[in-house]
Design a protein around this ligand. Sequence first.
Ligand SMILES: NC(=O)c1ccc[n+]([C@@H]2O[C@H](COP(=O)([O-])OP(=O)(O)OC[C@H]3O[C@@H](n4cnc5c(N)ncnc54)[C@H](OP(=O)(O)O)[C@@H]3O)[C@@H](O)[C@H]2O)c1
Length: 351
Amino acid sequence: MAKIEFGGVLEEVVTDEEFPLEKARDILKDEIVAVLGYGVQGPGQAMNMRDSGINVIVGQREGGRSWQRAMDDGFVPGKTLFPLEEAAHKGTLVQFLVSDAGQVATWPRIKPCLTEGNALYFSHGFSIAYQDQTGVVPPEFVDVIMVAPKGSGRTVRSNFLEGSGINSSYAVYQDYTGRAEERTIAIGIAIGSGYLFPTTFKKEVYSDLTGERGVLMGCLAGVMEAQYNLLRKHGHSPSEAFNETVEELTQSLIRLVAENGMDWMYGNCSTTAQRGALDWGPRFRDAVAPLFDELYERVVSGKETKIVLEANSAPDYRERLQKELDQMKSSEMWRTGATVRSLRPENRKGT
Ligand SMILES: NC(=O)c1ccc[n+]([C@@H]2O[C@H](COP(=O)([O-])OP(=O)(O)OC[C@H]3O[C@@H](n4cnc5c(N)ncnc54)[C@H](OP(=O)(O)O)[C@@H]3O)[C@@H](O)[C@H]2O)c1
């Protein structure tokens, strides 16, 4: 582990410098890693581990699109692709990567497949941290571990292929074998994490649920819509409102923030933008702070979990979701977005 200062606070992190892939391969050489679920994280982690030289099989319910996708990605039925329980039986390190609601539904069938010394692996603290609601209580004779990539499964794969990585947090909830931590870090390296930082199952899920409801998606979508609506209300064209709200952010500013940080961004915009943004930043911060307090309280108390489990386990969840997304897609703002994207030079080429 390397000790690195983050903004003046010392943290221990792991990269492939301290923990090279060869070491990960050696630690996992006798393991069969069974990836249960081939949705978003499943494919990214399974293919990265396979490319890293780890013995990987996939468990997926048969017949659907995900089964077909696993086959398209080179997993072979009866050899490296099995129904869920069969893969869980064969695996020594069982990665539970069906959706969080799917974990609740399938746990009663997966639990009996685990044997002494197995590792039960998660990519989210959800099922364990909210055990009272999920019913996922692992037997005491297995390791319970987590590597949680801080990005979509799609970028877990695409960044790996580009030679970059997604940062991941990791945690050990239960160490039966005495090898839980090295197994965890080995998987974190094999899936191509940029760097790994320690957490607990609870901290991971609290920060993750807050982040996705907050700045990463919910808050971002909300403030974008508020600004777009404001500009439209005052007679600005859809094109102008969208460019000033979304396109300039995604195509220009946020990329510079990713490369150089926010202070650099402030230092390198017009002096007009600079003064105004520096003055308004704290006002927005203070305006949303109470909402963030409420959000975190609801996450910790399990209220958000209750909503998620109820909604996601409804039989018509997908149809209802599709309706909501279609509504968003057909709104003026996001239809404008589609047109703006189609006008990007790279998308106009050849038309
Ligand atoms: N999405 C991400 O990028 C991301 C990022 C970090 C961590 N995670 C965590 O990674 C884990 C997996 O998430 P995910 O987003 O990859 O999940 P997902 O795409 O929603 O998972 C879908 C997978 O779960 C299976 N599944 C769902 N319900 C099932 C049921 N009742 N019985 C059997 N199989 C069922 C699906 O099979 P079918 O296709 O047959 O329905 C599919 O293989 C979760 O713990 C999540 O929190 C996800």
